[in-house]
Design a protein around this ligand. Structure first.
Ligand SMILES: Nc1ncnc2c1ncn2[C@@H]1O[C@H](COP(=O)(O)OP(=O)(O)OP(=O)(O)O)[C@@H](O)[C@H]1O
Ligand SMILES: [Mg+2]
Length: 315
């Protein structure tokens, strides 16, 4: 199947005091139509930056982002205007991403108004009420303001806004991390139901591995701006290969009454993302590090079953 989204050697460097911060550093990922790619990794590894790059909310330093086969980074303003509605984003914290002075009606209307979708107020009102119904928000909330709602309802407004222009692709950037555990499951189920109904394709960013297992078809593991492993979700959990992925997965708490928890503790600190030296970014913390891990970046290599890993052990 043709991927809906594909990135080729995608990079974003930020100029900071002291040099260039390599937030995203040569990422190659693919997301097939109607599927979900989970993106996981520690805080600061570049997940949100990657999410913003693939919908061109942020300009890349170099590389390509193919959407339905076309490099959107080469599109001009006019072309982008046509593509933008097809790519949306849902943020972690609906409270700070929603304008507090706007009611639910105005918030959901905003993308419709900006894109001149409806000529009559009546048609638009119908659409807004139908979107509220789609995301499970009762009609009585239509004149409510963000601060008058709980986090789950606020996130439903965020989802309704993202759906307003009938997108094909949605970046979900930690959409449930700020919510109570009981509400997290409701929002995750809503996202999965919507995906099936509307044939949506998701990039699902999270640092919560139990969430990602639940929702993703494939998973990309990031470390310091690079994708170091990528595989089908069940395969990755069954057979993690990169030493970092192994440590990350072993850190998931498992309820166990007795015995050894068998956790791999990652020693040391994440190295500096500013002017990093070429070579494996995890080397300084890796028990298996050898000379050949340094000096040259290590590309993702297919292990035969579309399980890609960037580690010298497997090359
Ligand atoms: N506008 C910016 N200017 C400078 N540095 C930035 C900017 N945005 C992000 N960064 C840096 O880029 C790196 C990646 O940040 P990013 O927000 O993408 O990480 P993340 O994986 O989403 O983290 P978190 O899990 O905390 O959300 C971090 O080191 C961050 O400090
Ligand atoms: Mg983030």
């Amino acid at each position: 199947m043709e991927p809906l989204i594909k990135t080729i050697d995608l990079k974003k460097y930020f100029k900071v005091n002291g040099g260039l911060l390599h937030a995203v550093d040569g990422v190659n990922i693919e997301i097939k139509k109607g599927r979900t790619l989970g993106v996981v990794g520690e805080s600061g590894c570049g997940k949100s930056t990657l999410g913003r790059l693939v919908i061109r909310l942020l300009e890349a330093t170099s590389g390509e982002v193919l959407f339905e086969g076309n490099d959107i980074l080469k599109c001009n303003r006019q072309e982008m205007k046509k593509i933008r509605p097809k790519m949306q984003i849902i943020f972690q914290d609906p409270f700070s991403s929603l304008n507090p002075r706007m009611s639910v009606f105005e918030l959901i209307a905003e993308p419709l108004v900006m894109n001149h979708v409806y000529k009559s107020r009546r048609e638009m009102t119908e659409k807004i009420l139908s979107l509220m119904d789609t995301v499970g928000l009762a009609e009585r909330f239509v004149n409510t303001y963000p601060h008058e709602m709980d986090g789950g309802r606020r996130q439903r407004v965020g989802i309704a806004r993202a759906l307003a222009l009938s997108p094909k692709f949605i970046v979900c950037d930690e959409p449930v991390s700020a919510l109570d555990v009981s509400i997290q499951a409701q929002i995750l189920n809503l996202l999965m139901d919507l995906q099936e109904e509307m044939k949506l394709t998701y990039m699902f960013i999270t640092h919560d591995l139990s969430v990602v297992k639940h929702i993703s078809n494939e998973i990309a593991v990031m470390y310091l701006g690079q994708c170091i492993e990528r595989a089908e979700s069940t395969e990755l959990f069954k057979n993690p290969m990169h030493p970092y992925t192994k440590a990350l997965l072993s850190a998931i708490p498992v309820p166990r009454l007795t015995g050894n928890q068998n956790k791999k503790i990652i020693r040391g600190e994440v190295s500096d993302p500013i002017n990093p030296k070429p070579g494996c970014r995890f080397a300084s913390r890796c028990d298996y590090c050898k000379d050949h891990c340094l000096g040259q970046d290590i590309p993702l290599k297919d292990q035969g079953n579309e399980h890609f890993v960037a580690c010298r052990i497997y090359q």
